[in-house]
Design a protein around this ligand. Structure first.
Ligand code: MSP
Length: 640
């Protein structure tokens, strides 16, 4: 029906554990992409769901002393509810235990079997339950799974095989003819790398004597289907393959989104399965990297997970979305850290975005009686520059979104916000208010128009914030229903009244000693030096304050504020992390004497363990000045 459909899928997640922020990332990316294409006027279909068969789930259910079905029902519901609570607007949530899915899996198996691409044979290999796959001797590390580090069992049994080897040459050709079939390019190259070795046939069954929890093979019910052969088919069963209207509309434009852990099943098994079943292949496989916590992949089996709901509760959903989409370069790994999240929140969201809106609307209130002036024709170089940046945004965002480069799309939007801030600083509307009302209206009109467009383009990324922006700017909303073609034009909206609202993002205050930041709900008041929190001299003596000398200093990677210092206090050297990068370039620190709290409990900041804290004064402008002895003393000297 629609001329321009768009279909995006996430992996269907295993129900052996509740969702963590890694799963949330993929689903938020799909939601962002879906929102962007809706905004661009396309008919969008966004699919997510859960993968519920196989050893891994059967074992997790047994541990929980539940039946596999009851267990899958419960965990699948947590995924669905989590995505709903995160405001993710999927069109369908598929479960592989639904009958309509199992029917399609059986129909496709039957078709491939009838065509002669499935045969019966014997197989021996080292099986990993965690990965649901066999490993060869070469792939194992000391007899263990390279991913899960579990000892692998040698299993020999009769099974059914899919003649995947037959499609190796076709797949190589396909990858060569369609260079953007798998993207970014590094993952296309990785798949071409797999294909340099002979492709083995794929074992697609498990004997029921060993595993009951799966879809029976339609041609031999002593076996159930291998979980990957079952799960991948969700992408077409959800569209009612073969005859559904959805299948006809959306399959020709299918794009999958996955993490790099499941590249081989999606880059090799799935296209060859589709080919064997006579189904055209998908259009693009978009592959992202891992979120790391303390240098390792965030995952349940490694015991390092962060709950997306907890983070959204603590910092707000849009701050979480913005951090995930801005911080990770799509395709590469990125570090997940609360400190980095708060820094992005304060610098980009509260400062660049929130302040620009607030200062603009304060002036519209004060000087224009709350009426948003129309931008009118540009009159100065400054007007033209701002309008030019705003008008160039659509193209830059479109280009970045085409290749899933979300950080680039956001950078482009931030260029507009920065241009807006610079424009106000240069045009000084508060001075124009005294002498040139016409120029004043033009400047505020231009800034409001830039903000309206920024809100429009931000809406796929931070939907609630974009709605607030439009509401405060008095634009007839909701943004979620706007279309780029009309609303994306400079000057598309007429004169209107602003609506006073709250600050978009209150700054989050946190100190480096307390790695658990908390939202500052009320403006912070100056603390009175003579407070009632008196301490005794004994309490003060518990502090071990020392003079130390900075031996080395470097910026902490990925942080805007943190510096990692190696310091010598007497005979001992230690690492201290301090939030002073904005005031002290690392090179200037080397050789300086500083005062440290030496007996502070160690804490880890952005993956670096800090043992101790530097003492500094902060002036009312937020400038940090390090404390030092009045004349040089021996490093290690005690401060009393
Ligand atoms: N059930 C299979 C997928 C079948 S699709 C036909 C599966 N499930 S999973 O629960 O393990 O989810 C894996 C996916 O979750 C990854 O591909 C990625 O999208 C997401 N992530 C899980 N941990 C992640 C990180 N630490 N970082 C980035 N993505 C993360 O595999």
């Amino acid at each position: 029906m629609s001329a321009d459909p768009f279909y995006i899928t996430t992996p269907i997640y295993y129900v052996n554990a509740p969702p963590h922020s890694g799963h949330a990332y993929t689903t938020i990316v799909a939601d962002t992409v879906a929102r962007y294409h809706r905004l661009a006027g396309r008919r969008v279909y966004f699919l997510t769901g859960t993968d519920e068969h196989g050893d891994k789930i059967a074992q997790a259910a047994a541990r929980a002393t539940e039946t596999p079905q009851a267990y899958a029902d419960r965990i699948s519901a947590t995924f669905r509810e989590t995505w709903q609570r995160l405001g993710l607007r999927f069109d369908q949530f598929i479960r592989t235990t639904e009958v309509r899915h199992t029917r399609v899996v059986q129909a496709i198996l039957q078709k491939i079997h009838a065509a002669g691409d499935i045969y019966f044979g014997e197989y021996g290999g080292h099986y990993c339950v965690g990965c649901e796959r066999f490993y060869t001797e070469k792939e194992m590390v000391d007899g263990r799974c390279p991913d899960h580090q579990t000892r692998l069992e040698f299993v020999k049994e009769q099974n059914y095989f899919f003649r995947m080897s037959r499609y190796q040459d076709w797949l190589i050709r396909h990858l060569q003819e369609r260079p953007d079939f798998i993207r970014p390019e590094r993952y296309r190259n990785e798949v071409l790398g797999f294909l340099r070795e002979p492709l083995e046939d794929l074992c697609i069954s498990r004997p029921r004597t060993r595993l009951e929890w799966g879809i029976p093979l339609p041609f031999d019910d002593r076996y159930v289907t291998y979980v990957w052969f079952d799960a991948l088919i969700n992408y077409v069963s959800a569209l009612d393959y073969p005859d559904g209207e959805l299948f006809g509309t959306f399959w020709p434009v299918a794009q999958h989104l996955i993490g790099k852990d499941i590249l081989k099943p999606h880059g090799v098994y799935w296209p060859t399965m589709l080919r064997a079943a006579g189904i055209p292949t998908y259009q693009h496989l978009n592959v992202h990297g891992y979120w790391l916590v303390d240098e390792a992949k965030m995952s349940k089996s490694r015991g390092r997970t962060l709950s997306p709901l907890d983070l959204a509760d603590k910092y707000g959903l849009d701050a979480l979305r913005y951090f995930l989409l801005r911080e990770m370069v799509f395709g590469l790994d990125a570090n997940f850290g609360e400190v980095a999240l708060v820094q992005r929140l304060n610098a980009d969201l509260a400062n660049d975005l929130g302040n620009l809106l607030q200062r603009t609307l304060t002036m519209v209130g004060r000087y224009c009686d709350g009426r948003i002036p129309a931008p009118g024709d540009p009159a100065t170089e400054g007007d033209r520059t701002l309008r030019g940046v705003a008008q160039g945004l659509a193209g830059r965002v479109a280009e970045a979104m085409e290749v899933f480069a979300f950080h680039r799309a956001l950078e482009a939007i931030w260029e507009l916000l920065n241009a807006g801030n610079k424009y106000l600083d240069e045009q000084k509307p508060w001075e124009l208010a005294k002498r040139d009302r016409e120029a004043l209206a033009r400047v505020l009109g231009h800034t409001c128009e830039a903000l309206r467009l920024a809100g429009l383009f931000l809406s796929p990324f931070v939907p609630a914030t974009a709605e607030k922006m439009w509401a405060q700017l008095g634009v007839t909303g909701p943004v979620a229903e706007a279309r780029l073609r009309e609303a994306g034009r400079w000057g598309a909206d007429g004169p209107r009244a602003m609506v006073r609202g709250e600050a978009l993002f209150p700054r989050v205050e946190f100190s480096l000693e307390d790695p658990g930041p908390s939202a500052a709900s009320a403006p912070t008041t100056e603390a009175s030096p003579a407070s009632s929190d008196e301490i005794t001299i004994e309490e003060f003596r518990r502090l071990d304050l020392r003079v130390a000398r900075v031996v080395e200093a470097r910026a902490v990677r990925g942080s805007k504020k943190l510096v990692e210092l190696k310091i010598a206090a007497g005979s001992e050297e230690r690492t201290v992390v301090a939030g002073i990068l904005l005031d002290y370039p690392p090179a200037e620190l080397v050789g300086k004497q500083v005062v440290i709290v030496a007996n502070l409990k160690p804490s880890t900041l952005m993956g670096v363990e800090s043992r101790g804290m530097l003492l500094a004064a902060t002036d009312p402008d937020g400038r940090i000045v390090l404390l030092a002895p009045e004349k040089p003393v021996a490093p290690g000297s005690k401060v009393k």
